[in-house]
Design a protein around this ligand. Structure first.
Ligand SMILES: NC(=O)c1ccc[n+]([C@@H]2O[C@H](COP(=O)([O-])OP(=O)(O)OC[C@H]3O[C@@H](n4cnc5c(N)ncnc54)[C@H](O)[C@@H]3O)[C@@H](O)[C@H]2O)c1
Length: 435
């Protein structure tokens, strides 16, 4: 077994092998990054189809080019054979942390991964959790599961939490340029984890505990959820007052200090912002505490798709059409621009609500050719082509995602009625309704 000095040396010499569990939006780019700086990386996943693709050097995520995987093929070993966990020096967990049907943390992925690791855990290994979660997960729950191996955290193996801060599709900030927060279960755990991460990022930010690192990540995401809710609520008010929220934000933004712009939209989406704050809400109950800001933000943000549908109904009504039987094209299925991620996308809710009211709905998304059956939705739709002819054939167009490929001039020229939730169409025109 290696003590923490030996493990650090192994990491410094890049002789340490890294195992990353969960080859998703977080784990895959992380594996590529470790591979590119010279570490041997095993990429573990239970989804055989992903492993097969990765073995063939193919990416299954739009914003991650296959060339990146091919470039590190000498160092990158995708596998679903978890016994290989015993061959690595550092294990990083990047599995999902969603909410269950009761809006509570679904920890099954993290905990079952912990059970698997416990089966293969060896003295001297480092285990790091990256999945977003409530404070206490690492040093209470995960530690207890890993210690079923008979090994002790901080003595026999090293344990840390380091939250992922990936912003999918953001070309300005890749892993190397985003400071990495690291919290260790003990000072030695912190030392080895920091040594590992300092190889892939320009800056590692060390904190005093795993709980601080977990809480910091939830603060970051709650900050976004609450501020987005604030502008979403103001959007409703300013709409009644006849004031354009987008112009208001652009104006407020000119203040050089004390203001950061957040933008309204059709509702929250993605794996993080709509989900993570509720991990804290759940944990807070253990302390007889109610996270009122989080609940309020959740209430406002989840109301947005309903608002968009109401505005669509109103807009159709104003031109003498009923929503029942109206042909509506929803532009964008992804939860944000230029990504192919459908998770928690407000588009799904908006399409469902429009269909419930009797509208005939199609969608276009160049990155999502079909909407497969999902946990909460069974829409089974295919993206229609976005031609001038097609645009003309719908009673209304609802812009949900402002993908860069969408040309506002072509849309404005050809669509009959536009409900714009993203301010894609800047031109003032009576057929454009901001929602
Ligand atoms: N996507 C983001 O932008 C982002 C940003 C910051 C943090 N996070 C957090 O990172 C974590 C992972 O998110 P993601 O977006 O990468 O999820 P993802 O769904 O894209 O990827 C998770 C992967 O884990 C695999 N998996 C599930 N259970 C497994 C198991 N028991 N063993 C091995 N593999 C398993 C799945 O097949 C999938 O490929 C979550 O906690 C999320 O909140 C995500």
């Amino acid at each position: 077994m290696s003590n923490h000095v030996e493990l650090k040396e192994k990491i410094q010499k890049k002789e340490a092998k890294v195992g990353i569990i969960g080859m998703g939006y977080v784990g895959l780019p992380l594996a590529i990054r470790f591979g590119e700086v010279g570490f041997k990386v095993y990429g573990f996943d239970i989804d055989e189809s992903k492993i097969e693709k990765l073995k063939a050097g193919e990416s299954y995520i739009k914003h991650i080019d296959s060339s990146n995987i091919k470039r590190v093929s000498q160092n990158f070993y995708p596998t679903s054979d978890f016994s290989k966990l015993s061959e690595v020096d550092a294990i990083i967990i990047c599995v999902p942390t969603p909410l269950n049907n009761y809006h509570e943390p679904d920890m099954t992925y993290v905990f079952s991964t912990g059970e698997t690791i416990a089966k293969y855990l060896k003295k001297g290994q480092l285990v790091v959790l990256e999945s977003t979660t409530y404070p206490g997960t690492t040093d209470e729950d995960l530690k207890a599961i890993l210690e079923k191996s008979g090994l002790k955290a901080g003595e026999d193996f090293y344990l840390a939490f380091s939250p992922e801060r990936e912003d999918p599709g953001n070309k300005e900030f890749d892993i190397s340029r985003i400071p990495k927060v690291v919290g260790g279960y003990s000072p030695k755990c912190l030392e080895v984890a920091t040594e590992l991460y300092s190889n892939i990022t320009q800056k590692a930010v060390t904190v005093s505990s795993t709980k601080v690192a977990e809480a910091a990540k939830i603060l970051e995401n709650t900050y976004r959820a609450v501020n987005i809710a604030l502008v979403n609520e103001l959007k409703l008010l300013f709409d009644r007052m006849g004031i354009d929220i987008w112009e208001v934000i652009e104006t407020a933004k000119t203040k050089p200090f004390g203001f950061q712009a957040f933008y309204p939209g059709p509702g929250l989406g993605g794996h993080c912002i709509p989900v993570d704050p509720f991990y804290l809400t759940w944990k807070a109950k253990e302390y007889e505490f109610h996270t009122r800001f989080i609940e309020l933000a959740g209430e406002i943000n989840t109301g947005m798709p309903y608002y968009v549908v109401n505005k669509t109904m109103e807009a159709l009504n104003n031109i003498g059409k009923s929503i029942k039987g109206a042909k509506i094209l929803v532009l964008g299925a992804a939860y944000k621009k230029d990504v192919d991620d459908l998770r928690e996308s407000p588009s799904l809710k908006i399409i469902t609500l429009l269909q419930d009211k009797g509208a005939i709905v199609d969608y276009n998304d160049p990155y999502i050719p079909e909407i497969p059956p999902l946990r909460k939705y069974s829409l089974k739709m295919h993206s229609v082509e976005l031609t001038e002819e097609n645009l003309k054939s719908y009673d209304a167009l609802v812009i949900v995602t402002d993908h860069s490929v969408y040309d506002p001039t072509v849309i404005l020229k050809n669509a009959n009625l536009i409900i714009d939730t993203r301010n894609l169409i800047k031109a003032k025109d009576p057929k454009v309704i901001k929602a």
